[in-house]
Design a protein around this ligand. Sequence first.
Ligand code: ADP
Length: 367
Amino acid sequence: MAGIICQNLNKKYGVTEVVPDFNLEVSDHEFVVFLGPSGCGKSTILRMIAGLEDISGGSLSIDSKVVTDLEPRDRGVAMVFQNYALYPHMTIRDNIAFGLRRLKVPEPEIDKRIDGVVAMLGLGPVINRKPTELSGGQQQRVAIARAMIKTPKVFLFDEPLSNLDAKLRAQMRFEIARLHKQLRTTTIYVTHDQMEAMTLADRIVLLNAGRIEQVGAPQQIYERPATLFVAGFIGTPAMNLLPMTVERSASGWKLEGAGAQIGISGNVFDLKQDQQVVLGVRPADLLATKPNADGNLLAGTTDMVEFHGDHTLVGFAAGNVRVNAFVPSRDRPAEGDEVAFTVMEAAIHLFDAAGGHSLFKEPGAGH
Ligand code: ADP
């Protein structure tokens, strides 16, 4: 097994630079997820690591060996794709064995390895079928078996679950996590699905336009987004983002905007008089209260009431800024009702409006 070091990786297609300067160290046994919107460069970086795309600049090493110019088969990696690319005329057993036969691995050794992966992935009952006789989930398991049987140093997954329905995705997610616990093979996994990233990753690498916005454990990224981009990307529904102006007050600072005044008495943010900031607060962190209550309130007239089951999502305009908040469904307002929510200081994120960076003095620390 192996660590991966990406140093100043650069990718250009003609004159278009899609990855300017990518730097990352992945530890041995680590499960790293590349997450970001479509087109942000996730697959391109993964494919450079796999050797399926030329590296325009920089260097890549796997298991302490520089592999920048090596062929994919000489890098010790195995890749699982979104479309399983199984050979339709071959049985499942032959599909799984194919790569090893090409490497001239002796048949008894192949049989032994097949028995191992088939047991691990529960493919025994379908081993003599053809791919078309399998469900989508089973086909993806075969694709994973085919990668596993090569006992690679590194697994690379490129959106492997995108073709599955939601229920199967959740099930396969669980299986991939279980396999990683068992095998502990260093893994890079590309997805645009934040739930997959949150549940699978040791660390998430959040990408935007070919650049890293933040690297961190899922909880760290969710609780301390380092930039406005990350704040807006992670979390469903998205964090409320409200433009505000900073002023000094007797008790510390006061934020003005969105028809509200929010007091900040703690000392966790780096603020300046008249600074333009963006206040971030997650819909689940807003606390319903009476419209005429005192304190840090966001208030407005409900224009959206969306029943989600236990909770209901309520939408309103605070000043001229859209705000979403969750309330327990039993207390839900009707459309057109006046609503007010307390913004608790402990739930506040602040970002510099111009630079987009978090204003927490210590990005990793709590309040
Ligand atoms: P993601 O995997 O995050 O969806 P990609 O890595 O596929 O993003 O793409 C990153 C960027 O590179 C996109 O802007 C895409 O249009 C561009 N790109 C990808 N492949 C090529 C190519 N063969 N030629 C030119 N541009 C490409």
